[in-house]
Design a protein around this ligand. Sequence first.
Ligand code: ACO
Length: 328
Amino acid sequence: MSTFSHIRGLGFHVPEKLYTNADLEKFVDTNDEWITTRTGIRQRHIVENETCLDLAHAASVKALAAAGMEAGELTHIIVATFTGDMPVPTTSCLLMERLGIRNRVAMDLSAACSGFVYALEVARALINLDPSSKILICGAEVLTSRVNWEDRSTCVLFGDGAGAAVLSAGQEGEPGRVIDTILSADGGPAMNLTIKGAGSAYPYKLGDTVGEENFVQMQGREIYKHAVRSMTAISNEILERNSFTTEDVDVLLPHQANLRIIEAVGKKLDVPREKVFVNVDMFGNTSAASIPIALADARESGFIKDGDLVLLATFGGGLTWGSSLIQF
Ligand code: ACO
C-alpha cells in the first residue's frame, strides 16, 4: 500500500518595505503603465535589514503553527533557494538552528523558481521511504540581492519573500493530499536566464569589481515562450496521468512571474479566469517563494476551499518546470 503525503500547514512572510511602480519610476527609467501592462505587477516587497534566513524562519514558524506542530517534531528541513544567506553554510542548516533544533536532515535545493515544487516531490519521496517523516519545505528568496537596478528589463519584475509548508504521511481521504507531481528540466536553453557570478566558472579575486554577471540576466521573450509552453504541457500531462480533465480543477495556481504568462497558461488549459489564482500584482516574482506564498495566500483568503482540487504549475531558470495536484 502506498503512503500519501499531506500538507499539514502553510505560511508565508514578506518584508514590510514596499516598492510600488511609482517608487521605481524615481530611480529606474520605467513607468507604471509599462510595468502593469507587460507584467501585471503593481508592487513588490523588498528586504531592508532582513536576510533570506529571516524570511524563511518567519514563514516556517507560521506553517508549523498552522500544522499544529512543534519544530522539534520535524525530521527534515528543505529550503529551496538560490539567494540563501551564504553559499556555506546552507540556509536550511541556519534555519534548523534558528528553529532551535539539531541533528535533523537539512538541505538546500536549487531549481530556481521551480524549487518549491521540486522540494514538494523530494518530501513525498522521503515520506515514502519513511512514513514517520515530518518535513518542512520552504521556498525563500531575496531576489533583490541579485537584481541589477540599472537593467530595467529585469529589475521591475522581482520581489523578496518566503513561503513554507509542513508535510507528513496520511490517509487517502485526509485534506492536503499531494496526489501527484511531475518534474522536468532542459539545460539546452539554460543561458537565457542566468546569475553567473559566484559560480566557479566565473572566479574572482580580492579587489575585483562587481560586474553585470553577478546579477539576473534574462532573454525575456525566450523565457516567456518556454514558460507558457512547458507549464501548459506538464499540466496537461499530470491531469491525464491522474484521469482528470481541466473541468475537475477548482484552482489553477501558476508560478507568479508575470500576469501575461499566467493568463496564457490558463487560456491554453481552458481553465476559466475566475479559477486562476493571481497575486503577482502584490508581490512580483519571488522565484522559489512564489508558489508557497500563493498557496498560503490563497488558502488564507479562502480562494482555495476545503476539498478543492488545486493544480500547481511552475517554471524557472535551468530551465526547470513542474506540476502538482493537491486535494485540499
Ligand atoms: N520600462 C519601460 N520600458 C522597458 C522596460 C521597463 N521596465 N523594460 C524594457 N523596456 C523597453 C525595452 O527597452 C524595449 O524598448 P525598445 O522597443 O525601444 O527597444 C521595449 O520595452 C520592449 O522590450 P522587450 O524586452 O521586448 O519587452 P517584452 O514585451 O518582451 O516584455 C518582459 C518584457 C515583460 C520581461 C517579457 O519578455 C516577459 O514577461 N518575459 C518573461 C519573463 C519572466 O517572467 N521571467 C520569469 C520567469 S522565470 C523566473 O521566474 C525566474
